[in-house]
Ligand binder design. Structure first.
Ligand SMILES: [Fe+2]
Ligand SMILES: [Fe+2]
Length: 145
């Protein structure tokens, strides 16, 4: 078990239930887009505020989206591979998506920490949003009922 902390099995909702899992993805995604819109507004008006609002985007992704992905890798995917080994390649692809999300979010955090011009984060922010959307749809389509 990776040390994510807390009682994971108690905290884990039934992610095979499509309504439950989609509900989580949707709520997290809507929060993401609202925070990104705030950052885009701030970027054109107030660089100091833009620094803070981009940090809020990154905090949200780290505490919600990436945390959710880590829980899936620990608790949601392994039973599927045991039950249906033919899903291995698909799940390897989903784990790769999580890896890319982590890498891009880390790159945005690095831009913030090193006080780079935040325009440089635009491409990465858009890429994370697109990947979250396509990844969530694929997961719901293939691993939920
Ligand atoms: Fe996932
Ligand atoms: Fe998920």
């Amino acid at each position: 078990m990776v040390g994510i902390g807390g009682n994971l099995s108690m905290a884990m909702p039934d992610l095979r239930d499509r309504t439950v899992h989609h509900g989580f993805h949707e709520q997290a995604y809507q929060t993401s887009t609202a925070l990104v819109r705030q950052w885009e507004d701030d970027l054109s008006r107030d660089p100091d505020r833009a620094q803070k609002s981009l940090a809020a985007v990154v905090d949200h992704w780290q505490s919600t989206t990436l945390h959710h992905g880590a829980l899936e890798e620990e608790l949601f995917y392994p039973p599927w591979i045991t039950e249906k080994p033919e899903l291995q390649d698909l799940i390897t692809g989903l784990i790769h998506d999580h890896h890319l999300m982590r890498q891009w979010v880390d790159e945005i955090r690095h831009l913030l920490d090193t006080h780079q011009p935040l325009n440089q984060a635009r491409l990465l922010v858009d890429a994370v949003l697109v990947l979250i959307r396509t990844h969530s749809e694929a997961e719901e389509e293939t691993l939920c009922r």
